[in-house]
Design a binder for this molecule. Structure first.
Ligand code: KG4
Ligand code: ZN
Length: 334
């Protein structure tokens, strides 16, 4: 079969990214303009600023990507774009850019769900085989997905409130260690010990998660210590928090794997970079003879390469959009 080159665009949050991906598995070129430094000043992503930055960056990012790949638009087979979920103003910039390229160069336009992109980041590592369970853990999502076959998605469960990354970011803010909080808390947890007792969230038999209660427990603990004039050990708090997160994630993921009798697990999303979650799931999978894989760290956080990987399978399935394609802030996986 002829090689398929997808030019992909991702702008759902605070990264403007363009990538060219061959056959859904080879990263030919990736360019990411990150806005983290700008949003750090505000302790989180400011949607209006994010969309203005995307507007500033998008043309340059696409041009840089084509230059890096030493390719022209003539050699591109299709254009894939994240159309949702995400920040509406941010998504719009990528969607309009993709629609314009598709129209000018007469290339098929392939809509990609952001979470499907995170899942297919795994295909950049090694070819995904089915059936599998995908655990999606990011700043906006915490979901367990069953994939019976290629590009088939069945959501088993999700967070009922905060996403796991969001809870990391909020806990980091409470203890004053900056944004984005996930990597900092993860690093601190490595030197801490499990000192504080925190509640295990939604400790039931469902595939759903809940992190807002855990976050509130950390906030209450922090205020309580402050009022009593006692200093909290931040590293120990980070470790205590991370242990509970890892425990709940491992328990629910294992339940999904056993119930569905599936021997493959893939982890996706920004929080897949977390060392505690990686180690915890690795151990659980080894104990049950389950093959567990993760994307490279650089493909865990938002990037267009993963959209190009997912875009290839969507393209193969014949999924197409036209100039009526609209950005959607919330859109179901299935
Ligand atoms: O997937 P992503 O780039 O954006 C969304 O689609 O949400 O994920 C960003 C999230 C942030 O909440 C960040 O704090 C978290 O991923 N994160 C981590 C780690 N690295 C990034 N959380 C825990 N441990 C990490 N090592
Ligand atoms: Zn993401």
């Amino acid at each position: 079969m002829k090689d398929v080159y997808i030019l992909a665009i991702e702008s759902s949050c605070d990264e403007t990214s363009c990538a060219i991906v061959k056959n859904g598995s080879v990263d030919i070129a990736t360019v990411i303009a990150t806005q983290i430094d700008i949003h750090t000043n505000f302790g989180g992503v400011v949607p209006e600023i994010a969309s203005r930055q995307h507007l500033k960056n998008i043309t340059m990012v696409i041009e840089d990507c084509l230059n890096k790949a030493h390719m022209t638009m003539d050699e591109i087979d299709a254009i894939a774009v994240t159309y949702g979920p995400g920040l509406i103003g941010s998504l719009l910039v990528g969607v309009e850019a993709a629609k314009t390229l598709s129209l000018i160069y007469n290339k098929p336009l392939v809509p990609v769900h952001h979470i499907k992109g995170h899942i297919y980041a795994n295909n950049l590592n090694k070819t995904m085989e089915y059936p599998l369970i995908a655990l999606v853990v990011s700043g906006g999502h915490t979901e367990l997905v069953y994939m019976k076959d290629e590009y088939e998605f069945e959501k088993l469960g999700e967070t009922l409130d905060d996403a796991v990354g969001e809870s990391y970011d909020k806990v980091a803010r409470v203890i004053g260690v900056g944004y984005p909080g996930g990597p900092v808390i993860d690093k601190m947890a490595k030197t801490g010990t499990h000192e504080y007792n925190l509640p295990i969230p939604l400790n039931d038999d469902s595939y759903n998660f809940s992190f807002s209660g855990l976050k509130s427990a950390v906030i209450n603990l922090s205020h309580n210590y402050e009022q009593r004039g006692i200093e909290l050990n931040k590293e120990n708090l980070a470790k205590s928090f991370q242990d509970v997160v890892v425990e709940t994630i491992c328990k629910k993921t294992l339940k999904a794997l056993l119930d569905k009798d599936v021997k493959r697990l893939i982890i996706a999303g920004g929080v897949a970079a977390n060392s505690g979650i990686r180690e915890g799931l690795k151990k659980v999978c080894e104990e049950h003879g389950i093959d567990c894989s993760y994307p490279d760290l650089k493909y865990c956080t938002d990037n267009a390469t993963m959209i190009g990987a997912a875009g290839y399978f969507a393209y193969k399935k014949g999924l197409r959009a036209d100039s009526t394609l609209n950005a959607k802030s919330s859109v179901s996986l299935t």
